[in-house]
Design a protein around this ligand. Structure first.
Ligand code: ATP
Ligand code: MG
Ligand code: MG
Ligand code: MG
Length: 576
């Protein structure tokens, strides 16, 4: 590629709305251009990176036996009504109507459509297992789109779906995807961690997230540096530890403390035994003064995600509950439940659930966690997303770090991560709702066992930059850089020798399979170098009269402090 035939557009300053470094640098390097909140044009330079990310994903998915297809962005509501997600999913699901007033959605993910394909096409056990995937545009009307491509509303995801005869087969498919994900993230050249995770709105029983380690990550990961233990904070012991330290001990019992907690009232309201209290739980902490009066109430409305049917919560008076998660104020909770919200102590960890916290809550150190069903307990807080961030994480860090790891293999540490991939074992959640069956060996219909596997293609760009940058700009890992190398001729307009050598080198590198760009714009060296450092191309080769006289070119890796002099004939080998 020659620069004059390409499109390069760099900026000195990032726009004011760019908060994190990856967003700033992607804007400055001309990789993306904002069209609306959470909606971006992928400009030619950025698109090259996206295509490389996609190519690696495709290669590894195909190698793992997954089969590519392409499912529509706009999907009829009927399928989403079959699984109930059309009503359940809340405002993140973009609903649209066509000219006949028929309902459609813009896909945030594709379980319904792929299950519809499977129930029609996969009829016999002989056709199983199958794993279908696509790389497709998604739309999620995120409550808080931010950080550029990291949390967009429109973004690109690779999503794969496996179909198996039985759980053992599904476990194999899950493992195969897990292994493929490791290969993919290894090839991206990113530092990442696979962590046990919540199954979220998609549901199911088993799931892992792939988290790219970065301080700006929205997730907090608890891990043990000396063992394999790693979990998203939601699953970690961390919260219990936090509660233990922060709360008066009488609050840490299985039964609410009379006068302080009104979970009993909530249980009564729902007509259930206290031990099975609400899959959605109102939670609060009170700050008491010496006299025992409440001086400050801090309240969370906790909704257990997954299979939870919000309409089931008989607090049907709370209108907003129907649509999905929402935050409540103390006053709202009091009004709707007819009592002050209270709390239960942390009792154990078993089933992954997610807690959503009131963003107005300032002092998370007071947090206490509660039970939902017998032996199923709330296990954490979605800390990162809705809270004043550094302080909260610092709080958790203080409490969690140094405590024994649940596997007994060391002590816990905390780091922040960006969720770039997520693998789920779904079981029969979707096949049951949509009656996706196949005929087994005995000719009897059986439900398909499913798994689903996502990678945030466009989010990878942001995550890679968060991890790889310096004061001058992006430092792309070689495997996903927009170009592997750039040839920068100095004084090409004056020197025939430079011009000729630069073109020759460019052609040789191309012939050797290097994805190389020749910067033939005629820019001055300072401006030219600044552009390529900002854009983050891994290797720069400078062709100048001075170097040519010595038979040498200057080759500099993006992370190198100095250039190396390399004989003209050896540059090809050096760059590769
Ligand atoms: P998050 O917790 O960040 O909201 P999620 O758990 O809702 O993500 P999944 O449903 O697991 O996301 O989707 C699979 C992958 O898609 C995620 O691991 C992430 O990499 C990517 N992704 C999800 N939401 C977005 C978004 N708004 N912008 C860019 N990528 C996204
Ligand atoms: Mg999400
Ligand atoms: Mg998530
Ligand atoms: Mg996820």
């Amino acid at each position: 590629m020659k620069a004059t035939q390409f499109f390069i557009s760099t900026l000195k300053e990032a726009p004011a709305d760019a908060e994190v470094v990856s967003h700033k640098l992607m804007m400055r390097a001309g990789m993306i251009k904002r069209l609306g909140a959470g909606i971006y044009n992928y400009m030619p330079m950025g698109l090259r990176v996206i295509r490389k990310v996609e190519a690696i994903i495709r290669e590894e998915m195909n190698r793992a036996g997954a089969i590519e297809l392409l499912m529509p962005v706009v999907q009829p509501a009927e399928l989403w009504q079959e699984t109930g997600r059309f009503d359940k999913m809340g405002p993140e699901l973009m609903r649209v109507k066509d000219r006949h007033e028929r309902d459609f959605i813009i896909q945030p993910t594709s379980e319904e459509v792929v299950t519809d394909i499977a129930r029609q096409e996969l009829r016999s056990y002989k056709q199983l297992p199958k794993n279908f995937y696509h790389i497709q545009t998604k739309f999620r009307d995120e409550r808080r789109p931010r950080f550029g491509v990291m949390r967009g509303r429109e973004f690109t995801m690779k999503d794969a779906y496996s179909f198996d005869r039985d759980e053992a087969g599904a476990a194999k498919s899950y493992d195969a995807m897990f292994a493929a994900y490791k290969r993919i993230f290894d090839r991206f050249g990113l530092e990442y961690r696979a962590v046990a995770a919540d199954t979220g709105a998609i549901g199911g029983d088993l799931s892992h997230e792939f988290q790219v380690i970065a301080e700006t990550g929205e997730d907090a990961i608890v891990y043990c540096p000396t063992s394999e233990y790693a979990a998203n904070i939601e699953l970690a012991e961390a919260v219990s530890l936090l509660a233990e330290r922060a709360a008066p001990s009488e609050a840490l019992t299985q039964t609410p403390t009379p006068g302080k907690s009104t979970c009993a009232d909530v249980a009564e309201l729902l007509g259930r035994p206290l031990a099975q209290t609400v899959k959605s739980l109102v939670l609060a902490t009170d700050e008491l003064n010496e006299a025992g009066d409440v001086v400050k109430s801090t309240v969370w409305l906790l909704l257990v995600r997954g299979d939870h049917d919000l309409n089931e919560v008989k607090a049907g008076k709370v209108e907003g509950l129907k649509g999905g998660f929402r935050f409540a104020t103390v006053a709202e909770i009091e009004e709707h439940f007819g009592c002050k919200p209270g709390y239960l102590g942390p009792i154990g960890l078993k089933k992954p659930v997610k807690i959503v916290a009131d963003r107005t809550v300032a002092n998370m150190a007071d947090f206490i966690c509660g039970a939902n069903e017998v032996d199923f307990h709330l296990t954490g807080v979605n800390w990162g997303r809705d809270l004043p961030e550094p302080d909260v994480v610092a709080d958790i860090r203080n409490v969690v770090e140094g405590n024994p790891s649940p596997d007994g293999q060391g002590v816990l540490a905390i780091q922040r991560g960006i969720e770039v991939g997520h693998v789920f074992f779904l079981g029969t959640k979707y096949s049951k709702a949509m009656n996706a069956t196949f005929l087994d060996e005995k000719g009897k219909p059986a439900l398909m066992q499913m798994g689903c596997y996502g990678i945030g293609v466009t989010r990878i760009l942001g995550a890679a930059i968060e991890q790889n940058h310096d004061a001058r700009g992006i430092i792309w890992p070689a495997s996903i850089a927009p170009f592997q190398a750039v040839v920068c001729p100095i004084g090409m307009d004056r020197s025939e020798a430079v011009k000729e050598a630069a073109h020759k080198l460019y052609e040789e590198l191309q012939a050797a399979g290097v994805d190389v760009l020749l910067d033939d714009r005629g820019e001055r060296p300072g401006a030219m170098f600044a552009d390529w450092e900002l854009i983050g191309v891994p290797v720069r080769v400078v062709v100048s009269d001075r170097g040519l006289k010595e038979g040498q070119l200057e080759v500099q890796g993006r992370r190198d402090a100095e250039a190396s002099k390399v004989a003209v004939a050896d540059v090809g080998a050096f760059v590769k």
